[in-house]
Design a protein around this ligand. Structure first.
Ligand code: SF4
Length: 180
C-alpha cells in the first residue's frame, strides 16, 4: 500500500514552489489586455502621485498574484517568460532555471514532495509552444523594486531589458518589455 504524499509545511523563511492557479494559456491571453497603452500609462503615473491609492493598488496586486502565483512582489515580473510560474517562489529564488538539487522525480531539493517551480514553468510553456521563452536570460533582480507594483513598473516602461537572449530565439509573442 502506498502512503499518500502530504505537502510539506512551508518554512516561513523560504518561499515554496507554487503551481499557478490558472492555465498558462489563459494568462497569455490576459497579458494582451494588460499591455501598456495611454490609459495604463496615465493610470500608473496617477497612482505614483497618490501614495494611498498606490498602496491600495499594490495590496490588491499582492493579494491576487500571491494567491494565483505565490508572488513575492519583486516588482519586476518574469511571469510572461516563465509559463506564468513565478521564479521567486523557488526557495533559492533562482531566475534562470533550476538548481542542481532537483530530485530525479522533479521534486524541489528544499521541499521534497513539491515539484520544482522551474519544471512547472517548462511544462506550462511547452504546452503552449513557448518553451523558447525559457532560453531568455533574466537579469539580476533589482532589490530596490521589492514591494513595488510590477504592473505599474511595467506600464511605466521600467521592465525594458528585464531579460535578454542570444538573438536566436524568435518568440511569437514578445515577452514584456523586450524591444524588438
Ligand atoms: S512580480 Fe516577481 S515575485 Fe511577483 S509573480 Fe512576478 S516574478 Fe513573481
Amino acid at each position: 500500500m502506498t502512503t499518500p504524499r502530504t505537502r510539506p509545511r512551508q518554512d516561513s523563511r523560504w518561499p515554496m514552489p507554487k503551481r499557478p492557479s490558472f492555465s498558462a494559456r489563459s494568462m497569455y491571453r490576459l497579458h494582451r489586455l494588460l499591455e501598456p497603452n495611454g490609459f495604463y500609462r496615465r493610470l500608473a503615473s496617477w497612482l505614483e502621485r497618490h501614495p494611498i491609492a498606490y498602496g491600495a493598488f499594490t495590496a490588491a496586486e499582492r493579494g491576487v498574484k500571491g494567491k494565483a502565483f505565490g508572488c513575492r512582489m519583486c516588482g519586476q515580473c518574469a511571469l510572461p517568460a516563465t509559463g506564468y510560474a513565478c521564479p521567486m517562489s523557488c526557495p533559492k529564488q533562482l531566475r534562470n532555471g533550476p538548481c542542481g538539487g532537483v530530485a530525479a522525480n522533479g521534486d524541489c531539493e528544499v521541499y521534497p514532495g513539491v515539484r520544482c517551480v522551474w519544471l512547472i514553468a517548462y511544462e506550462r510553456a511547452e504546452r503552449e509552444g513557448r518553451e523558447d521563452d525559457l532560453t531568455l536570460l533574466q537579469r539580476p533582480v533589482d532589490q530596490r523594486q521589492a514591494g513595488r507594483s510590477s504592473w505599474v513598473n511595467y506600464w511605466q516602461g521600467r521592465d525594458a531589458g528585464l531579460w535578454t537572449g542570444d538573438g536566436s530565439e524568435t518568440p511569437r509573442h514578445p515577452p514584456v518589455g523586450v524591444a524588438r
